[in-house]
Design a protein. Structure first.
Length: 358
């Protein structure tokens, strides 16, 4: 079988080298590499070889196939360029040369996730606000009711920008929540906005952390806004994003800028989205729930910060109320695309990006 393989390969290579037209090349390709070729038939006979010979024969067949394929390619290019040089080059331009294939660009999966989230909230009448990536301490922390030295600051390991001004240092924003203050500084209630954007924390990259990540913040302020408005909104959002059978649940939590605060879970995309919680589901560790965001009712102290900045009482916490929420875009994209390592989003491997686009 080894002898037959090498004579087959030699005759294929010789015939290809002397082929005169691309039609001839195509019929050689079919007869040597096609489904009904002798090479394929030889491969089927692999079973009759003794076990220790099988891998060697498999490798030899692969090798022969590779050689034939690359000779075919070479000869095809030779024929194309000689055909062009004989009759088709006009004014030094070869109009017969195959063009370069320009792959169309694709939106990055994080961008398309942000767009999906935006679309859902735009339908609910929300506006979109954006703010600076370089923030100051007051917007990022103090005005959001994180007093200096409060332990809640430790949860957000921060990049400060030198020179560090002791009273209000500049930093890379650790969340999109500072936009709550910026939006209230320039908009009067009632309003509903979302804020997509890039956020930063001094975390070492691993499967679930990255020093750069993305969030979408939400803020609604009006008179008589209640927790049930928040629940209804997030429940609608989860059903639109994940599917009509998905539910959310609220777990009590703490954020300095909301009171009461909650962490919000959605039914597990892997098991309970199918209607049946699996005790050995690796995605939700058998709980049936996955955390997707933090939320709560705007803390009166945050309204007071807005009043201080504006110098009026438009956001008097006795008159207005509101809810806020913040979600991690990477987390949502990982859940919707079934990705288990966040680093994939930032490594720019085009195979990963193309896989998600299809
Ligand atoms: N800013 C919080 C974080 O990055 C997320 C968050 C929680 C935003 C609750 C909110 C909220 O608006 O109400 O951890």
């Amino acid at each position: 079988m080894f002898d037959r393989l090498s004579s087959l390969s030699e005759s294929a290579l010789a015939k290809i080298s002397s082929a005169k037209t691309s039609e001839e090349l195509e019929s050689l390709r079919i007869s040597y590499l096609g489904k009904k070729s002798e090479l394929k038939a030889l491969l089927k006979k692999l079973g009759v070889l003794p076990a220790e010979e099988k891998p060697r024969f498999g490798a030899a067949v692969n090798d022969a196939v590779k050689k034939i394929e690359s000779r075919l390619l070479m000869r095809r290019q030779e024929l194309l360029s000689s055909a062009a040089s004989v009759k088709k080059i006009i004014g030094g331009v070869d109009y017969t040369r195959p063009g370069f294939i320009q792959k169309p660009g694709l939106p990055h999966p994080l961008i398309s996730t942000i767009e999906k989230i935006q679309k859902i909230f735009l339908r609910l009448g929300y506006g979109i606000a954006e703010g600076p990536d370089i923030e100051d301490d007051q917007h990022n922390f103090s005005d959001l009711n994180f007093p200096t030295d409060h332990p809640a600051r430790d949860a957000q390991d921060t990049f400060f920008i030198e020179p560090i001004h002791a009273d209000n240092p500049l930093l890379l924003r650790t969340h999109t929540s500072p936009l709550q203050i910026r939006v209230m500084s320039c908009l009067n209630p009632p309003f509903a906005v979302i804020v997509p954007g890039r956020t930063y924390r001094s975390d070492a990259p691993d499967a679930t952390h990255s020093p750069i990540f993305h969030q979408v913040e939400g803020l609604v302020v009006d008179e008589n806004i209640t927790m049930s408005d928040l629940k209804g909104t997030l429940s609608f959002f989860a059903k639109e994003l994940f599917g009509p059978d998905f539910k959310i649940r609220f777990r009590p939590s703490f954020f300095p800028f909301t009171e009461p605060s909650a962490e919000v879970d959605v039914s597990c995309v892997s098991c309970s989205g199918k209607g049946k919680i699996s005790s050995d589901c690796r995605v939700c560790k058998g709980t049936g729930w996955l955390e997707i965001l933090g939320a709560g009712m705007v803390d009166p102290n945050v309204f007071e910060s807005a009043c201080r900045r504006r110098g009026d009482r438009v956001y008097d916490p006795e008159k207005v109320s509101g809810f806020a929420f913040g979600m991690g875009v990477e987390r949502i994209a990982m859940l919707t695309h079934n990705i288990d390592d966040m680093r994939n989003f930032f490594e720019n491997d085009s195979r990963f990006l193309e896989m998600l686009a299809s």
